[in-house]
Ligand binder design. Structure first.
Ligand SMILES: Cc1ncc(COP(=O)(O)O)c(C=O)c1O
Ligand SMILES: N[C@@H](CCSC[C@H](N)C(=O)O)C(=O)O
Length: 438
């Protein structure tokens, strides 16, 4: 029961929420899904954890063990591998944000993927995209060579392609959207629907790292599992590694928890605390990152580069993206038509750090085939149309004029653009055989 309101405003409003329920104003931590009622930007920062001293920030329970009050054990926590209050608090908060009934946090995005992959048995089949993060590709390859799992890498941008591969052995359909690094869009609702129709036991898992729960909720779109690298947008500062898994099915959540406890990959108390702190600023970070990304993408497209970004009208799956997502994110890629020129651009930037990963407050530049996707062999990259000259930009929160200025200088220094007498610049079409001299 809630206590009666004492202020006039309180009396006027009572304790009723917008649905007329007499409930606490925000989700009780243990019932995140049913309790959500503020806008996401508010929920990101609003937390309740019931600390005995009312600490505003959830304390870090930096302990491996918890003393028991009886010889039979049985307290809520006994050992941090099995559970820790700081991690639990984060998981409950994330469940609320991710529109999930249960959330689990582990030591990296790949650990999340590994935990999910333990649901597979020899002979099971996995359907995955042909454009996906290099590390995910590497783990799937390992499962196929060491675990007798059959992995089909197909173009998941067309749900009909997926239909052809779903059968009674399909255990997992693994999707990324937008894909990393080609920024292709995958129709989560259609694929989830058809996969479940053909094989109700098939699990549809979505790697939501590119957008974060602020911009897309795959569970609401029909997925069974959503996971993310918390190393990226959720934390936002590249100062921790984390992975997050969210589900609505509680039995499925228990299976995943079993693996986390059994294998010991649960997120540490300190990283749980850091991630909790990072999540609170996700809204403001992403807002600025997206605004900057849109300007950068528009500039590159205007001067003639082929740019991949779902914020641009020219993206071939623009409508599909916006039917699922609330924003375009802040990762884009573009091609120059010449690998050496791309390398020169990357190396000529100063503000844009040459770095893997994305989602950080700092802007990053990289050539995926040399860095994040180098673990995919050159032959496979070619088969999957992963252009060697592709440059990926992960846009941060800096002043956009500075970012544009640094990028423009790098383009000129690298000889990737022609400076026009009337001002401005024009990309040189190296793929069409054009040169700077022309
Ligand atoms: C789309 C995507 N998923 C998963 C991962 C794995 O995350 P982590 O590096 O935290 O293991 C990455 C990057 O590493 C990624 O880009
Ligand atoms: N050497 C690492 C590369 C990590 S790439 C990180 C991120 N997902 C990205 O796309 O940039 C590895 O081998 O995993």
């Amino acid at each position: 029961m809630t206590t009666p309101p004492t202020s006039d405003l309180g009396k006027a409003l009572g304790k009723l929420d917008i649905d007329g329920n007499n409930l606490p104003p925000s989700p009780a931590p243990s019932t995140p899904r049913n309790g959500r009622r503020y806008a996401l930007a508010t929920e990101l920062v609003y937390t309740e954890h019931g600390d005995q001293y009312n600490a505003s920030s959830m304390p870090i329970y930096q302990t491996a063990t918890f003393k028991q009050s009886s010889g039979a054990g049985g307290s809520e926590y006994d050992y941090t591998r099995s559970g820790n209050p700081t991690r639990s608090h984060l998981e409950k908060h994330l469940a609320k944000i991710m529109s999930a009934n249960r959330c689990l946090t582990v030591s990296s995005g790949m650990a999340a993927m590994d935990v999910i992959s333990r649901l597979l048995r020899p002979g099971d089949e996995v359907i995955a995209g042909d454009d996906l993060y290099g590390g995910t590709n590497r783990l799937l390859k390992y499962l196929s060579t060491h675990g007798d799992i059959v992995v089909h890498h197909i173009d998941t941008t067309n749900p009909e392609n997926v239909r052809g591969y779903v059968n009674d052995k399909t255990k997992l359909v693994l999707l990324e959207t937008p894909t990393n690094p080609l920024i292709k869009i995958v129709d989560i609702p259609s694929i989830a629907r058809l996969a479940h129709e053909i094989n109700p036991a098939a699990l549809v898992a979505v790697d939501n790292t590119m957008l974060s729960p602020l911009l897309q909720n795959p569970l609401d779109l029909g997925a069974d599992i959503v996971y993310e690298s918390g190393t990226k947008y959720l934390s936002g500062h590249h100062d921790l590694m984390a992975g997050v898994i969210a589900v609505n099915s509680l039995p499925l959540g228990e299976k995943l928890y079993f693996t986390i406890n059994a294998s010991g990959c649960g997120l540490s108390p300190f990283d749980s605390w850091l991630l909790m702190r990072g999540v609170k600023t996700l809204g403001v970070r992403m807002e600025k990152q997206q605004a900057n990304a849109m300007r950068i993408a528009t500039f590159l497209e205007d001067i003639g580069f082929k740019v991949r970004y779902p914020g641009l009208r020219s993206h071939p799956q623009y409508d599909l993206h916006w039917s699922m997502a609330r924003g375009a994110g802040a990762v884009l890629s573009f091609e120059t038509g010449d690998v050496d020129i791309s390398e020169k651009i990357v190396e000529a930037t100063r503000l844009w750090a040459i770095s893997v990963s994305f989602g950080c407050v700092n802007s990053l530049i990289s050539m995926p085939t040399r860095m994040s996707h180098a673990s995919i062999d050159a032959k496979t990259r070619k088969e999957r149309n992963l252009a060697e000259d592709l440059i990926r930009l992960c846009v941060g929160i800096e002043d956009c004029e500075d970012l544009l200025d640094d990028l423009q200088t790098a383009l000129v220094k690298a000889g990737a653009v022609r400076v026009m007498p009337e001002g401005g610049m024009q990309a040189i079409d190296f793929a069409a055989g054009e040169t700077l001299a022309q």
